[in-house]
Design a binder for this molecule. Sequence first.
Ligand SMILES: Nc1nc2c(ncn2[C@@H]2O[C@H](COP(=O)(O)OP(=O)(O)O)[C@@H](O)[C@H]2O)c(=O)[nH]1
Ligand SMILES: [Mg+2]
Length: 656
Amino acid sequence: MRGIFATPETQQVHATFLSRSMSTLKNIIVGTAGHIDHGKSSLVKALTGTDPDRLAEEKRRGITIDLGFAFLELGEIRIGFVDVPGHERFVRNMLAGVGGIDLVVLVIAADESIKPQTREHFDICRLLGISRGIVVITKSDLVDPDVLGLVRLEAEDFVRGSFLQDAPIIPVSVRTGIGLDALKENLVRLARSVPDKDPKQLPRLPVDRSFAMKGFGSVVTGTLISGAIQVEDELELYPTGKRLRVRGLHSGGRQIGRATAGQRTAVNLAGIDHGEMQRGMVLGPPGAFEATQRVDVRIALLASAKALKHRARVHFHQGAAELIAEVILIGGQNALPPGSSALAQLRFEERILLLPGDRFIVRQFSPVETIGGGVVLDALPARRKSKHQTVIPFLETLETGKAEAILGAILERSEQGLTTDEILKRTGWPPSQIQDVAAKLVTAKGARLVANQPPTFANVRSVNECAATLVRMVDEFHRANPLLPGISKQDLLGKVKESGAAVFETALDDLVKARKVTVTGDVVQSAGRELVLTGDEAKAKALIEHEFENAGLTVPGFAAILEKLPVDSKRAEKLLQILLREKVLVKVASDLIFHGSALIQLKEMLASYKKKQGEQLPITAFKELTGVSRKYAIPLLEHLDRERVTRRVGDLRVII
Ligand SMILES: Nc1nc2c(ncn2[C@@H]2O[C@H](COP(=O)(O)OP(=O)(O)O)[C@@H](O)[C@H]2O)c(=O)[nH]1
Ligand SMILES: [Mg+2]
């Protein structure tokens, strides 16, 4: 499939590329912006040798309709150009391309100066938070120096107070070649200042083209905005849920094994028809993200726009996607005034993959023009009833908070805690970052690890509140059921269902550690609860104790005792539990119970043995000393080991 973009020029680049190592190259995406006919495509061609107008119709009409692409290597910098159409009818195509760019070349023709789409494209760049660029005054050969000076002043004025305020302004002409070298120098300088992309981020490739290649099958192209993709990777096509295998990768007209963020990338995919892949869909890691139909955002309206009414419909553009959205203003206002911003929920008719931090553009429904933009804060907002007062501070934390504050705020709104996978869907952070941030939050006592499989984190308050409820529920149960030993765990969990199993288990564990409740098998009861016994029960309890006390170390089976008791076996079992809890009886092994006094005597016997015979104690000596059978001797000795009365050394015990 080599040769998707093959031209003589790219093949030549290929030859020079082979002598260079991949890792030393820095990939940068440069987008053009500006009014139609101002010379954007000609400039890209002059810089790269590639005509970005690739469609037959574009060539015939001499205008750019859809996105065009070209590549240029300057030293260690590899630039992917995204050439956008300037015509107002094709702003939507412009928007599909501008998403992943690192720096913009704002083109202003010397003979026309600033025109409507110069403004609109510039607004879009600002709204998308693009932070670097160059102003290029094209067609400088068409005007005299005075006019050029004037256009330069107008350009300076135009960008004042924006991210381009201190950007170079370079007059060029593709006719005379003037300014092209200066432009290249500035591109390299600016490209170097673009921060390196974090290779640990998860990959996202918004699809801007999809087509079939004879002999290869389906191909999509896009700007890889984060992470890396490798041949043979499995990817998911969001929001369709389809899983696809990467058969091949191309960038800049050559086959590659791995594409990294900041590269224009063509992906050959197995197992799908190209017609099923559309502009706006996103390739990403399988199962990692979740497409959405509503997002909470900060939305800003241009000063030049009309007020935006609550519930207004707009055209929403993000990445390469375009959808219709309904704007729900969260603060309760009726309209958003021009030049201001607000928190809002956007509702879509279709599902789309969005993540916090994604910048978007909104265009008026009709007539279609750019009116504002914003940033996604919460891509999976909870369905809320009327709690606007809590959602506003929450969204403000997502907007401005540090990672730990953000995770803390997300957990605070998730009663049951969240697994790392669920946190990923809400933040887009790679797993390693989630682990780091969660660990810091746990250390700072802002969160608890409530389960290990899978790792689940919860707000500290959720656990504490659940524990408080549990104490209340167990007390209530005792009051209502004085003769039952306690409430089953299952029933107790049913009473705090909204806490979820992981938070419940952690809260219960806390209560056991704090000795507020005890858990025996499946039964939870308040610690230190004094059972009120009936006369028969009290008699039976005394009898049980007596039997064990008399038996010393040669304890009876419990069945034998049962026969003598005036209560039924279920109740007898309960009485046994009480005696164990009171530590009158001691459980040495699962079916071996002794009276506490017998064990004290045993320890005394061992102490005097040690005095007379020394510390070494063979098992036979132990059996003789105590008169117990081998069946009892072993568990008893193990009990003594645990109690640190004896220590096992080979076949011997040593009395400590
Ligand atoms: N004289 C002159 N004409 C130019 C220059 N750059 C572009 N043009 C012409 O301006 C027209 C529009 O150029 P094009 O690159 O398609 O503009 P775009 O719509 O911004 O992409 C074409 O006829 C070009 O030949 C230049 O530097 N000097
Ligand atoms: Mg063009």
